[in-house]
Design a protein around this ligand. Structure first.
Ligand SMILES: [Zn+2]
Length: 240
């Protein structure tokens, strides 16, 4: 099994202290993760965090060092109560909205990121929520990858390569590709300690996100595993 990392909710408004801790930890261990950058953050919850006017320069520097960039939605505002294809959260920035509006939103976000030197062909949907219109718009806008899903291998869907994103802490598995999804805005000291310990103890299991993009797809098998994992999640929720 290979483990790769993504960092969510990157914008000028962040818990910069926590974010910088992750930057230091990954640099010290020569790990290059994926950064999910919100093009035009208007999420009231996130906009309460520390504003750093020079933040984009710092993110551009990380990109120049080999860190990967994903477009994390557009404004990070939840506009519908549609859970989307994965059905994980009951809210979405995109799922349930008509195609042309979604296209416009994603196109505007893409343009903003390109203007600040963070152009990307990887998409990260807020709340893991997207629908078929989102996928068609992404394809039309020349995206190639989506970081989402619960399989243990990447798979192709609508001519997009899905790199599954399954856990918020690393685990030791036998096969597949695990993406660990980190939220520095809400992480606490215990989370950092666990993460640090795992990274130091498992350097051979870690791969940069650029390598994760090239991990082979296992079409039908991978989708079947995802369906199974999602069904188990529904059962678990229903039982609890
Ligand atoms: Zn987010």
């Amino acid at each position: 099994m290979k483990v790769t990392f993504r960092i969510d909710d990157v914008s000028l408004y962040m818990n910069w202290e926590n974010f910088n801790y992750l930057v230091e930890l990954f640099n010290k261990n020569s790990i290059k993760p994926l950064l999910g950058v919100i093009p035009d953050n208007k999420d009231p919850k996130l906009c309460r965090l520390t504003y750093n006017s020079g933040g984009w320069d710092e993110i551009v520097q990380l990109k120049e060092r080999g860190w990967m960039i994903a477009q994390h939605g557009y404004k990070h505002l939840y506009l519908t109560k549609n859970p989307g294809i994965l059905g994980i959260n009951q809210y979405s920035e995109f799922a349930g909205i008509d195609y042309s509006t979604q296209y416009e939103m994603i196109a505007k976000g893409k343009k903003l990121l390109a203007q600040i030197g963070l152009a990307s062909n990887i998409f990260m949907a807020p709340a893991h929520s997207y629908d078929t219109n989102t996928l068609i718009a992404l394809k039309q806008l020349d995206f190639r990858y989506v970081t989402d899903g619960y399989s243990i291998f990447p798979y192709e869907n609508n001519s997009l390569k899905f790199i599954p994103c399954q856990k918020s802490q690393p685990i030791n598995g036998l096969v597949g590709l695990l993406t660990v999804c980190l939220h520095p805005n809400t992480m606490v000291s215990g989370d950092f300690e666990k993460l640090n310990k795992w990274i130091v103890g498992n350097p051979h299991k870690i791969c940069d996100y650029s390598c994760a993009l090239n991990y082979p797809s296992y079409g039908m098998l991978s989708k079947a595993i995802e369906k199974l994992v999602l069904s188990l999640r529904y059962v678990k929720k229903a039982v609890i």
